[in-house]
Design a protein. Structure first.
Length: 105
């Protein structure tokens, strides 16, 4: 698989998990995102495998998660990040629901 294909898979994985995080927050009165990603399984994600991405060599690494946010937090704050940089981009999921490819510094 090419680096761009791995990156596309990471974007899809983060979108899927970010959607689950937002559903979790919507179901909680305080709008809090989950304390950790494992909390999403099985009510918001069918399997824990959704929380991992391929590192490019076949090894699965967990998505990076930054807890403590609420739905009213800065929408541009990074909630989830891909642990692997396949190209010059960092793939991140933001509190507001967007997934972006940020050029790494």
């Amino acid at each position: 698989m090419t680096p761009r294909a791995h990156e596309a898979n990471a974007v899809a994985a983060i979108k899927h998990v970010l959607h689950a995080c937002r559903a979790y927050a919507a179901d909680h009165d305080d709008g809090a995102y989950p304390p950790n990603l494992a909390t999403l399984v099985p009510d918001y994600l069918d399997e824990a495998t959704a929380l991992f991405v391929d590192d490019g060599s076949g090894e699965k690494l967990p998505l990076l998660y930054f807890p403590g946010f609420h739905t009213d937090s800065d929408p541009g704050a990074i909630l989830i990040e891909c642990p692997v940089q396949y190209t010059k981009n960092r793939i991140v999921g933001e509190v507001g629901g967007h997934v972006e490819a940020l050029v790494a510094e």
